[in-house]
Ligand binder design. Structure first.
Ligand code: SAM
Length: 285
């Protein structure tokens, strides 16, 4: 069945590490514009690419967004299905905001009953923490408890009602799933378009990257991702991937087309200087 979809202008409603907003102009020539079938984005994050594509005249027949972060996917579900309840809860967080309130909300996930909390309530907490925590970082400890300290903001933008309503419209009919990236190979069909935006291979390799760690995206995960890319290529999908301009990325994707783009990134570990850093886009078309 072919769906007729109207383009909808919407933007990310979360701050997210590695957000692709600034690269969309450079990516535009690489996004397929004709013979469109389904769209898959298995590392959706803040969804900058998805929202951009939903605003184009050329629409995919269906959109499938996923991420291994289940709290994030719950947030998208709440924006899609319960936007009024979500906005009401976020207004309460905005009105209650203080240092002490932040730490109280941060601690909610320590409560054994938290697992039964309705989707809109959980999503409002995630957005509230995202807008008020240090650097918009989402980090949980081994027990799965959110542990980022409060950030320094005079006036955090906690509730952007219009943005949430636009995102809700853009998400109507979209399939959302919390799952690891490999699952896309079981769902994508010939002619579908898959866009991968994984955590990047670091520019300087640390032991953290090469050694095994349950929740990090290390060299083994990068290799498994390259295998998934090649499997989708054999399945007849169109595949695009973003990553850093590093030897490992060039080695893993040497049989595919590699294009360079330039991104404005932090260029020292203290985060005090920004500069243009080359990155790559890998394409199988
Ligand atoms: C670079 S971010 C994506 C940024 C996104 N394109 C944006 O514009 O905000 C990478 C995402 O991958 C997710 N992730 C990490 N490991 C994963 C895995 N094994 N499978 C699926 N998603 C994963 C993280 O939760 C994060 O949201």
């Amino acid at each position: 069945m072919t769906h007729t979809r109207q383009p909808i202008l919407a933007q990310p409603f979360l701050k997210w590490a590695g957000g692709k907003g600034q690269l969309l102009d450079q990516y535009a020539p690489y996004f397929p514009a004709s013979d469109l079938r389904a769209y898959f984005e298995p590392f959706v994050g803040s969804g900058a690419v998805f929202f951009h594509l939903r605003g184009r005249a050329q629409q995919f027949t269906h959109y499938h967004l996923s991420d291994s972060n289940a709290e994030l996917i719950n947030c998208y579900c709440a924006v899609r299905d319960h936007v009024d309840a979500l906005i009401a809860r976020l207004a309460a967080h905005r009105d209650g905001h203080s240092r002490e309130y932040y730490y109280r909300v941060r601690g909610c996930d320590r409560d054994p009953a938290w697992g039964q909390t309705p989707a809109a309530e959980r999503a409002a907490r995630m957005i509230y923490l995202n807008k008020t925590c240090y650097n918009g970082l989402w980090r949980v400890n081994r027990k799965g408890y959110f542990n980022v300290p409060i950030g320094r903001y005079k006036n955090p933008d906690i509730l952007r009602e219009e943005r949430l309503r636009a995102a809700s419209c853009a998400l109507q009919g979209v399939t959302l799933a919390p799952r690891p990236f490999e699952a896309v190979c079981d769902h994508a069909r010939p002619g579908d378009f898959v866009y991968f935006d994984p955590p990047y291979v670091p520019l300087s390799t640390t032991s953290n990257f090469t050694s095994y760690s349950a929740d990090s995206f290390g060299a083994d995960e990068q290799r498994r991702l390259a295998q998934a890319f090649a499997a989708l290529d054999r399945q007849g999908c169109r595949v695009m991937l973003s990553n850093s301009d590093t030897d490992l990325v060039h080695e893993l994707y040497r049989s595919f087309r590699i294009e360079k783009v330039a991104a404005r990134r932090l260029i020292n570990s203290k985060g005090s200087r920004r500069g243009m850093v080359p990155e790559v886009v890998v394409l199988n078309y």
